[in-house]
Write a protein that binds this ligand. Structure first.
Ligand code: SF4
Length: 447
């Protein structure tokens, strides 16, 4: 045993006593078997009550919601919730709530109009060279903010052989499609055998270059990522995987183990995060999540604005909040840790990147830009700009645009204070700069 706190210990060193009582006697072998986990998901209020102390009112409220919405929580994820506590970010993502009963006119069952871009049932062709295929409506866990909640968990069925044939026939008719995204539901809820069979047939389509798997199972049920699965996936490279993850508490040692297996199998990992009110809509949580993802070798890929799906009003934030959060991240941590913030627009308009504004104004031959510190700089694109007459006394952004000034820095900028404290590194003389003499940095360090 190590001295680490239990939550940071590798799974093999975690005592079963960390699980809620109902699962304490389950053997480690069973616990780590993803099929056992799928078969023992919490789907009813009675199931929930066995794992969590619920009072009478809560039970009644949850029952009303379950008449309308499906819930499923694998014991693995339920034990994380138990550790974190009722009402926390993991609970809110997994357990039905009466807030889902609130209907709003602008929220839709099919918020992205996917049906309109489905030339074949279950296949979405929205962008020029890629298609999305739904392989199943089953997920290990049904997320409360799901965009496809009209569909996810509705029957817990896989696509039929006939439907898969229709997908492949569509690809034959559309050689421009080079990138296929397999989604659902969660494609990894299928057996290795079934998935292997479809991947083999997909790989036989010569125009398909890359295959992407969209899955939340590495997070909600990481035991699904077995050596056998990885060995099978390796046969179908290039395969990429995008993992849906929303909160740093989801990134457990079990998830790390699963990601290690996937990366060892040569599968590049990206993350997709949904911006969710009360779960991750603050700078500290998001920064921690994205930085921790990198340590798991997962590149933060997209931060999605929460889609306007019916029943998700309580999770939605203003777009301005997302932009503000990107402002907290960009420049303040490594660019690798900053995903692209996108709004997946209604009417099938697709993903639209939304960024804070870093261009203050433009002028012929250049622009005035702002950096993350609030420093303003004049940027000349081609070395020369037409010279305007500079009016006397011009200041601010206009002074930069007209060329009266090169930059403006906020007073007390931390970097400037650091320069003053640490002292500047010896600089080459302006005479050298003019002659384009490149100083040998390593020699300068040794001097
Ligand atoms: S895993 Fe994905 S498809 Fe399934 S419920 Fe969650 S968000 Fe929806």
């Amino acid at each position: 045993m190590t001295d680490k706190p239990p939550s940071e210990r590798p799974p093999s060193e975690r005592p079963p006593s960390e699980r809620p009582d109902i699962w304490r006697s389950v053997s480690e072998e069973k616990w780590r078997d993803w099929r056992w986990q799928m078969g023992h998901r919490l789907t009813t209020v009675d199931d929930l009550r066995k794992a969590f102390p619920l009072n009478g009112n809560e039970s009644e409220e949850l029952s009303r919601c379950l008449d309308r919405f499906r819930m499923a929580i694998p014991p693995y994820f339920a034990s994380l919730i138990a550790r974190e506590g009722i009402g926390g970010p993991l609970w809110k993502q997994a357990v039905v709530s009466s807030a889902e009963l609130e209907e709003r006119p602008a929220l839709r069952l099919d918020p992205l109009n996917e049906e309109d871009d489905s030339p074949v049932h279950g296949l979405v062709h929205r962008y020029p060279d890629r298609v999305l295929m739904l392989l199943t409506d089953r997920c290990a866990m049904y997320c409360r903010h799901c965009t496809r909640r009209r569909f996810a968990g509705s029957r817990e069925h896989d696509a039929s052989r006939n439907q898969l044939d229709r997908y492949l026939a569509y690809l034959q008719r559309h050689p421009e499609v080079r990138d296929v995204i397999l989604s659902g539901g969660d494609p990894l809820t299928q057996t290795d055998l079934k998935l292997n069979d479809f991947l083999t047939r997909l790989r036989a389509v010569p125009t398909v270059e890359i295959i992407r798997l969209g899955s939340r199972m590495p997070i909600t049920l990481p035991y699904r990522i077995t050596d056998e699965l990885c060995r099978m996936l390796e046969q179908h490279h290039p395969i990429f995987m995008n993992i849906h993850v929303n909160h740093p508490d989801e990134l457990t040692p079990e998830v790390k183990e699963a990601c290690d297996r996937l990366t060892r199998a040569g599968i590049p990992l990206g993350s997709q995060t949904v911006l969710l009110k009360g779960i991750n809509d603050d700078p500290i949580t998001l920064k921690k999540l994205f930085q921790k993802l990198l340590t798991f070798r997962i590149k933060p890929y997209y931060l999605y604005h929460c889609d306007p799906a019916q029943g998700t009003a309580h999770f939605r934030t203003p777009i301005s909040r997302g932009m503000e959060l990107i402002e907290y991240l960009l420049g303040h941590t490594s660019g690798l840790a900053v995903p692209t913030y996108v709004v997946d627009a209604p009417h099938g308009a697709g993903k639209i990147p939304v960024m804070p504004n870093y261009i203050l104004t433009t002028f012929p031959g250049g622009a005035v830009l702002r950096n993350f510190e609030g420093m303003l700089v004049r940027y000349v694109e081609n070395g020369e700009v037409p010279q305007d007459v500079i009016p006397e006394g011009v200041t601010g952004v206009a002074a930069l645009a007209l060329g009266a000034q090169e930059s403006l820095a906020p007073v007390g900028m931390p970097r400037e204070l650091r320069r003053l404290r640490e002292g500047p590194r010896p600089r080459e003389s302006s005479r050298n700069r003019d002659k384009l003499e490149i100083p040998d940095l390593f020699c300068m360090e040794q001097e």
